[in-house]
Design a protein around this ligand. Structure first.
Ligand SMILES: Cc1ncc(COP(=O)(O)O)c(C=O)c1O
Length: 278
C-alpha cells in the first residue's frame, strides 16, 4: 500500500492532491476576496478536507450539503462538526436540489464571482493533474495500480500519468455505470478497468466488511475506512485468492485516506453493536 493517508493529518490521501492545484492556481490568480465553495454528503471526506484547507489558509469556505434534514442535526455528525469547527459555513439543500448541482453552481458563481467552486469530490482537470504526484520512481515498478473510485478523479490521474506497462484497476465504491464515461473524459489512457466493490451499495457496511477491516488493522496495523479503502482491499484480497493476478505480479494499492469517516460510521454501527477499530 502507498500510504497517502499519511500525507497530511486533515487533508488526507487523494484529497490533498486533488485540491493541490485547485487551490494553488486559484490563489495565484489573486482573487479579490478568496472564498472556496464545494459540495458533499454528510460524511464526505472531501468536505472535511476543504474545511481544513480553509482553516489552514484563512480562506472562508462554504459547504453545500446534501440533505436538508441535517439542518438541525449536524452537530451529531462528526464530519459536519469538524467542518464547522474549521470555520466552514454549511448550507443544507434537498436531495433534489443537490441533484441539480450545475444549476446551483451557476447561481453561486454569479453571486460570488471571485469564489473558487470545487465540484463534488474535488474531481476536475486540476485534480487529475494533482494526482500525478501520487506517482513516483517507486510506483513505476508495479504491474497493477489499484485505487478506490468515487467521483473518478483519482483513477483518471493515475491512468493519465502512470507508465505504459502498468494496468490500473478502479474499485467502485458506488456501482454507477456512468463513471467510466466520466473517467474517459479526464484521461486519454486506455489502461484502466473498473470493478464493482460497493458490497451492496455506497456507504452500506456489511458484517463481512467490518470483519475484514478489523482483521486488516490487527494484522498489518493499517487502518482502513468502510466506504472506499476497506472495500477496495477486501476485493483485492478476493482477487488474489481467485488467482486474478498472474504469479509474481507486483500490485500496489493506494491508501486514499478518509479515516475521518470511521467516527461517523461507528456512531451508526454502535447502535447495532458493531464497531470498527480505529
Ligand atoms: C478515502 C477515499 N478514497 C477514494 C475516493 C475516490 O476518489 P475519487 O472521487 O477521485 O474517485 C474518495 C472520494 O473522494 C475517498 O474519500
Amino acid at each position: 500500500m502507498k500510504r497517502e493517508d499519511l500525507v497530511h493529518p486533515q487533508i488526507s490521501g487523494n484529497k490533498y492532491w486533488k485540491l493541490f492545484f485547485n487551490v494553488n492556481n486559484y490563489l495565484e490568480q489573486k482573487p479579490g476576496k478568496p472564498y472556496i465553495i464545494t459540495f458533499g454528503g454528510a460524511f464526505s471526506n472531501h468536505i472535511a478536507a476543504v474545511a481544513a484547507v480553509g482553516y489552514l489558509t484563512g480562506i472562508p469556505t462554504l459547504g453545500i450539503i446534501r440533505g436538508e434534514e441535517l439542518k438541525d442535526k449536524w452537530r451529531d455528525n462528526p464530519t459536519l462538526l469538524f467542518a464547522r469547527r474549521n470555520g466552514m459555513n454549511l448550507k443544507f439543500v434537498t436531495r433534489e436540489e443537490y441533484r441539480h448541482k450545475e444549476k446551483l453552481t451557476g447561481f453561486l458563481q454569479n453571486e460570488f464571482p471571485d469564489a473558487l467552486i470545487v465540484p463534488e469530490g474535488g474531481t476536475n482537470e486540476e485534480a487529475v493533474a494533482g494526482v500525478k504526484m501520487m506517482l513516483n520512481d517507486e510506483t513505476k515498478d508495479f504491474d497493477y495500480l489499484c485505487t478506490a473510485v468515487g467521483t473518478g478523479g483519482t483513477i483518471a490521474g493515475i491512468s493519465k500519468y502512470c507508465e505504459d506497462h502498468q494496468k490500473v484497476i478502479g474499485f467502485k465504491a458506488v456501482n454507477d455505470d456512468s463513471l467510466e464515461k466520466k473517467i474517459r473524459e479526464l484521461t486519454p489512457g486506455n489502461n484502466f478497468s473498473l470493478m464493482d466493490s460497493s458490497f451492496g451499495g455506497y456507504g452500506k457496511i456489511k458484517d463481512e466488511n467490518i470483519r475484514f477491516i478489523n482483521g486488516f488493522k490487527e494484522k498489518y496495523n493499517i487502518p482502513l475506512e468502510p466506504v472506499y479503502t476497506g472495500k477496495m482491499m477486501q476485493k483485492v484480497f478476493e482477487l488474489m485468492e481467485k488467482g486474478f493476478f498472474p504469479d509474481h505480479s507486483r500490485v500496489l494499492c493506494f491508501h486514499t485516506g478518509g479515516l475521518q469517516g470511521i467516527e461517523g460510521a461507528n456512531l451508526l454501527l454502535e447502535k447495532q453493536n458493531r464497531t470498527l477499530i480505529v
